[in-house]
Design a protein around this ligand. Structure first.
Ligand SMILES: [Zn+2]
Length: 278
């Protein structure tokens, strides 16, 4: 087995933490936990092996499917697009020049383009038809990584690209699933955001802080993702065959209220607004 140093603390001080079935139900993957708090899939699948988990029709972000789950996904997406754009507007006072890095089929980017005083491009190495990014273009004043970091096979390349594309006074918005989320503790191996092996890394607020700081970013704000919390809780409960709809809704509301009280560190996803360290 090839050993990889922990990406954050560069040591081999990690141990197997949990083994979970993959998203296609054909094998299992182990998540290792490092002494520094960072968790990652180990052993790591090859890029070729990973590709088969992205080409499946069941992968909702790339899917054009039907059904209740898909409908729920699209409803949540509409609400979150609105909330995400409000965050962009609050972060950038002048005209928004936005890049949605890892933006799938460009849906959010199109949404931003439909707004006044905003232009947007998108780029996604995993989505074959993707990318309207202009590589020669000047820098962007805001880059979003909505649930992208945990998928990036090569984090060095990702951060090099960000360094090139983000204006020195620009903002970087990062959202990742939160390994310390309340619903992971409740739903355990049924937690929907494990999504193995597509999610190669699992962050909590300590490891995400460390990573961003080591890459030269200052965290200026942390937000709660309440709709996302509700959605992931419901999605996780759907993996349990004998849970009633009433119970799964009750748990989802309970978690959302707890996140409102306890703070963004317990939300189903971590959402950070960052800027380059001067
Ligand atoms: Zn480590």
């Amino acid at each position: 087995m090839k050993l990889y140093n922990c990406y954050i603390c560069k040591t081999l001080n990690y141990k197997p933490y949990v083994t979970i079935k993959d998203s296609l139900n054909i094998s299992s993957f182990t998540i290792a936990r490092c002494d520094c708090g960072f968790c990652f899939v180990h052993p790591r699948p090859s890029e070729q092996e990973l590709n088969k988990y992205y080409s499946t029709d069941d992968y909702l972000p790339h899917s054009k499917g039907k059904g209740l789950l898909f409908l729920l996904y699209r409803i949540v997406q509409k609400i979150t697009f609105y909330n995400k754009f409000i965050l962009l507007r609050k972060s950038i006072k002048e005209k928004i020049t936005h890049l949605d890095y890892g933006g799938g089929d460009g849906r959010f980017s199109n949404y931003v383009n439909s707004k006044k005083n905003a232009t947007s491009s998108f780029y996604d190495p995993y989505y074959k038809k993707s990318s309207n990014i202009d590589l020669k273009k000047n820098k962007y004043n805001i880059i979003t990584l909505w649930h992208v970091l945990e998928h990036a096979y090569d984090l060095d390349i990702l951060f090099q690209n960000l360094e090139k594309k983000l204006d020195n006074r620009g903002k970087l918005i990062v959202a990742v699933p939160n390994f310390d989320s309340l619903e992971r503790n409740i739903y355990k191996e049924n937690w929907a955001a494990y999504d193995l092996p597509r999610h190669l890394y699992h962050f909590n607020n300590i490891s995400l802080d460390k990573l961003l700081r080591s890459k030269g970013y200052k965290i200026i704000d942390k937000k709660r993702m309440l709709f996302d919390t509700f959605y992931i809780s419901i999605l996780s409960s759907m993996k349990i065959s004998n849970i009633s709809i009433i119970k799964s809704l009750f748990v989802a509301f309970f978690i959302v209220i707890k996140v409102l009280i306890k703070g963004p560190e317990f939300s189903s996803s971590l959402l950070y607004v960052c800027e380059k360290e001067k």
